[in-house]
Structure formats: structure tokens, C-alpha cells
Write a protein that binds this ligand. Structure first.
Ligand code: ARG
Length: 285
């Protein structure tokens, strides 16, 4: 078998699965405070463009056949567009978010209300955690980040709430302050293909780098340039990987593995330190 045959086998192995997402329109989006190194209130946001970019993302999901629910945006909560932080939802159970910074704390109740209306039982957290920003579901387990936003004690709380084992990973680079900025789940392992991830090693402590190497020896290793372009802030359905346009190298790596990269430009949202995945909470079945 030649290398090309291997690629051909991989390509046919990638299968998409229809997903259910929750998004929040960027009606009140702006950058009025700085709680991560990407945010600078002195740099203006083009609000109309942000709306268009977000809508392209929503339509991208719809055109791929996925379901997109919307939560009503609330005034005074400019980061509420980053729905991934609203909680962790797996198998009809949820673990609600408890935001680290005061500026975002009002979002917890808004997302809790949405879960309640959707009749998804949510466990209220004692520990600080920022939902899918720091909890990524993969097969039977959950990869969990700590170091900047989510407390490591929240990992234990989440494991009990969702009834899944949690693997704790320590983040060390403030530019990659949520797990979903430096690690992307490409295949969640719930279909025919094995679990597959991409990540940027230097964002993790040496111990966590070892954990990732042991668990995922064949992972896609993302370059610093593509990580800084938020390439890992991607959403995959197992075949299509929606990711920021600027992460060109990562897109090529994914294509070489049989994925179909779908680039979208969320440049205005990036001014708040967020992109594709941040705008998307997956309601995992
Ligand atoms: N400005 C937001 C914050 O710093 C961005 C959140 C990005 N969300 C994410 N899931 N990484 O909290």
C-alpha cells in the first residue's frame, strides 16, 4: 500500500454525524473590558460585520444539515455570544457554568434558564467553570482545562454531574486561556472512527503534554501560527471541520487526514478572544 492508498482509506473513513448546537446572536456584542490578552476596548468592533460573520457561521451549520437553537441575547452581557461558555450538555444532562469574571457572571442565569426551558436537567455548580470553553466531550470521557478560568475542582464536580470520567489538562499560556483555544476534537469517537484531536502542545504544562501524547499519539500537532489564528477553536461533525479562515496550514493538515475543512471568517469576534467553537455550544446526545 502506498501513502496515497492510506490517505484514500482515511478519507472514506471520515463520516459526519448530524449535530445539535446552541448559539447566541451577537446583538449586544462589543469589547468594553479586557479579561483575556486578545481584548482591547480601544480597538473598535465593526458591529454590523460581526453580525454578518456570526450569521455566516450559523448558516454554515444549517447548510451542513445541523440543528441550531438560539438563546435570546441579553443587554449588558457583550460576551454572551460565546455560547460555548454557557454550560456542558451531554446525554440529556447538563453542568451549568459559573463564570470567573464579574463581567460575565450574569450569563450563568441566562443559560440556566435556557436549559430549564429546554427541559435539560442541569446541576448548579459550586466551583468556577466556563462550560465547553474548558470541557470537551470525546467518546466516553471529557477533556477538561484548568489554569485560567475553570477551577480544577470543577473537573470533579463535572464528572459527577455528567457521569463521565474527566481527564484534567493544565493550561499555561494566557493567550490560550480556555481549552477550546488550544485543542480541537476532530472526531469524538462515537462513530466508526477512533477519537481524534488536534492541539498546540506549548499551551499545556509538561505533565499535560505527556498526558496528551500518551492518550493521543497520532494527534494533529498545530503550529503556533495556526493556534494564534484560533485554528483550534474549531467545530467538527466528524468530517467537516469549521475553522477560522486564517488557519491555512491546519486546514491543509486536516485535509491530509481526510477531513473537509470549512473556513469561516470571524475576525470581529476574535477581537474578544473568541471564534468558531466559542460561538457554539454542542448539545451532545
Ligand atoms: N471574551 C470572552 C472571554 O474572555 C471570550 C470567550 C471565548 N470563549 C471560549 N469558549 N473560548 O471570556
Amino acid at each position: 500500500m502506498t501513502v496515497l492508498d492510506t490517505v484514500a482509506v482515511d478519507r472514506t473513513a471520515r463520516k459526519s454525524r448530524l449535530r445539535h448546537y446552541l448559539m447566541c446572536p451577537p446583538t449586544h456584542f462589543s469589547v468594553t473590558y479586557a479579561i483575556n490578552p486578545w481584548m482591547n476596548p480601544d480597538i473598535p468592533v465593526n458591529h454590523d460585520l460581526a453580525e454578518i460573520q456570526w450569521d455566516v457561521l450559523r448558516h454554515t451549520y444549517l447548510s451542513l444539515g445541523h440543528t441550531v437553537d438560539l438563546i435570546d441575547p441579553e443587554p449588558g452581557l457583550p460576551d454572551m455570544v460565546f455560547a460555548a461558555n454557557g454550560g456542558l450538555v451531554v446525554g440529556g444532562r447538563a453542568y451549568s457554568a459559573k463564570f470567573r469574571y464579574e463581567q460575565r457572571q450574569g450569563e450563568s442565569q441566562a443559560y440556566r434558564n435556557w436549559l430549564k426551558a429546554a427541559e435539560i436537567h442541569a446541576v448548579d455548580p459550586i466551583e468556577t467553570n466556563e462550560g465547553e470553553g474548558d470541557f470537551l466531550t470525546l467518546g466516553a470521557m471529557i477533556l477538561a482545562g484548568s489554569g485560567f478560568r475553570t477551577n480544577i475542582s470543577a473537573h470533579i464536580e463535572a464528572a459527577a454531574a455528567i457521569d463521565r470520567p474527566v481527564v484534567s489538562l493544565e493550561l499555561v499560556d494566557p493567550r490560550f486561556y480556555h481549552l477550546d483555544t488550544c485543542l480541537a476534537v476532530l472526531d469524538d469517537g462515537n462513530g466508526a472512527a477512533p477519537a481524534d484531536i488536534a492541539y498546540y502542545p506549548a499551551a499545556f504544562s509538561p505533565h499535560s503534554q505527556r498526558t496528551l501524547r500518551d492518550l493521543f499519539p497520532n494527534a494533529v500537532i498545530c503550529s503556533e501560527a495556526d493556534a494564534l489564528a484560533f485554528g483550534l477553536n474549531a467545530v467538527s461533525d466528524g468530517h467537516h471541520v469549521v475553522l477560522p479562515t486564517a488557519a491555512i496550514g491546519l486546514g491543509e493538515q486536516l485535509r491530509g487526514r481526510g477531513y473537509n475543512p470549512v473556513p469561516v471568517n470571524l475576525g470581529e469576534l476574535l477581537k474578544a478572544g473568541g471564534s468558531v467553537k466559542c460561538c457554539t455550544l454542542e448539545l451532545h446526545v
